[in-house]
Design a protein around this ligand. Structure first.
Ligand code: DOR
Length: 453
């Protein structure tokens, strides 16, 4: 951050913390929102050039006429592949994709090489991100049965990630006894990938030899997800332990939480589990393959309702890029996962513009509620004192998702060709303009996120 820098965003349609909109100016001083001012309607009608905040020397101004200002997206589940898997993505390319997608902070998962399971591996990721990431960053610590001290003490981290299934190697925690140990010790948030590994293994045998990727949704079926979520919920209740259910995908899990959701439990859903279903295998084949898998239109509808009703708290992309060559392998050799940080905000804003939810709900699900659940201070709202992580979006224009424009290293999206509105026009991280009308300012660097205890 440049000392005493001032940025003024002029005449934006600003989303306020109470969910209302106000046309006005936002002044950012040294990376923090200093003032949010209503445009003086009478004065601006008489003299449209009269600003509500007067410029000072050295001030950078952004003309936001016709644009909507939202808190920057905090994406709470991404796989950015560095270190060790940089042929798929790295922290620079992924954070460029974030900047373009209006994502100003991300929480990244531990299945890199080496795995993020100790303080030294966490520290080295933080160092890499400080060098390479254009946006703010935080890294989960991965649970293996052997590293209890690191799980309790490593910092800073949003929480402990447990793969209950859909994983091989040391990050797999599929035994209740081992899981119980993790839930029993400490107090930090536990985020679970909830799929029952035993059921998946059994069904893999049962459906062996089938190469149609649509079988993926049957092998890793709704019951496999439900059983794991039931177990995580049981342990969370037993120890009153903060639990977050990652990428919830089924109607059954949503119904379970609707009936029984302790105050210390949260859940997220991905745009793809809301907007894609098993019919996607017919059009995009293995590009639709992810864990937990895409489900039915009924699941889409129940998940949407659960999100609207607050049963599901927020949205994550599970950005998990693989190269097109890797994805071109025949199922089941094709890897699971799809990118998402560049499309999540316009996908959800398009739903809002089309009347399925409100813009304020989208901002809550993609920023405010995430900051609250992970106790990230000073983020998720446009108000004085908050960090100036902001995105200006254009809600009037529709454009298709185009492969050639993608910043992610994997260079594909399951949403290619979808006509969307609400694409970011300007993205601001800590008061610095990181994306401006198509240009990425690649010298900007984000900061390590803090997590209150
Ligand atoms: O589809 C997925 N891919 N789901 C996950 O949870 C992991 C991810 C990956 O890392 O590729």
């Amino acid at each position: 951050m440049v000392a005493n820098s001032i940025l003024i965003i002029r005449h934006a349609r600003i989303l306020l913390p109470d969910g209302d909109f106000m046309t006005g100016d936002v002044q950012v001083t040294d990376g923090t929102i200093a003032r949010v001012t209503r445009a003086d309607v009478a004065a601006t009608q008489a003299n449209p050039l009269l600003p509500s905040i007067s410029p000072e020397d050295g001030t950078l101004e952004i003309d936001a006429h016709g644009l909507t200002l939202l808190p920057g997206v905090i994406d709470p589940q991404v796989h950015f592949r560095e270190p060790g898997l940089e042929h798929k993505e790295d922290l620079f390319t992924a954070s460029c994709a974030c900047a373009k997608g209006g994502v100003t902070s991300f929480l990244e998962m531990p299945n890199t090489k080496p795995l993020t399971t100790t303080q030294p591996t966490l520290d080295s990721k933080l160092q890499l991100a400080a060098q390479k990431s254009l946006v703010n960053y935080g890294f989960f610590i991965g649970a293996t049965p052997e590293v209890l001290p690191d799980l309790l003490q490593s910092n800073p981290t949003p929480g402990i990630k447990i793969f209950m299934g859909s994983m091989h190697g040391p990050l797999l925690n599929d035994q209740e006894e081992g899981l119980e140990k993790i839930f029993a010790y400490g107090s930090r948030l536990i985020a679970v990938h909830a799929e029952n590994q035993a059921r998946i293994m059994e069904r893999r045998q049962q459906f062996a030899g089938i190469t149609d990727p649509a079988i993926h949704s049957q092998i890793q079926d709704n019951l496999a997800a439900l059983q794991a979520t039931q177990l995580a919920l049981k342990l969370s209740k037993k120890y009153q332990r903060r639990l977050h259910i990652l990428h919830m995908s089924t109607a059954e899990e949503a119904d379970l939480l609707r009936q029984d959701k302790p105050a210390w439990v949260t859940a997220e859903v991905t745009p793809q589990h809301l907007l894609l279903n098993t019919s996607a295998y017919e059009t995009i084949g293995t590009l639709a393959q992810m864990n937990p898998p895409l489900r039915s239109p009924h699941d889409n509808a129940v998940l949407w309702q659960a999100l609207l009703d607050g049963v599901i708290d927020f949205i994550a992309t599970d950005h998990a890029p693989h190269t097109l060559e890797e994805k071109a392998q025949i199922y089941p050799n094709s890897p699971s996962g799809m990118p998402g940080v560049e499309t999540s905000l316009p996908l959800m804003l398009t739903q809002a513009v089309q009347g399925r939810c409100t813009i304020a709900q989208v901002a809550n699900w993609m920023s405010t509620a995430v900051a609250k659940a992970y106790r990230i201070p000073n983020k998720g709202a446009i108000a004085p004192g908050y960090d100036a992580d902001l995105v200006l979006v254009d809600l009037d224009t529709y454009r298709p998702v185009v492969r050639e424009e993608l910043q992610t290293k994997c260079k594909w999206s399951p949403f290619e060709g979808w006509h969307l509105t609400g694409f970011p026009v300007v993205t601001i991280v800590g008061g610095q303009v990181v994306f401006d009308r198509g240009t990425i300012h690649s010298s900007v660097r984000g900061q390590a996120l803090r997590f209150d205890a």
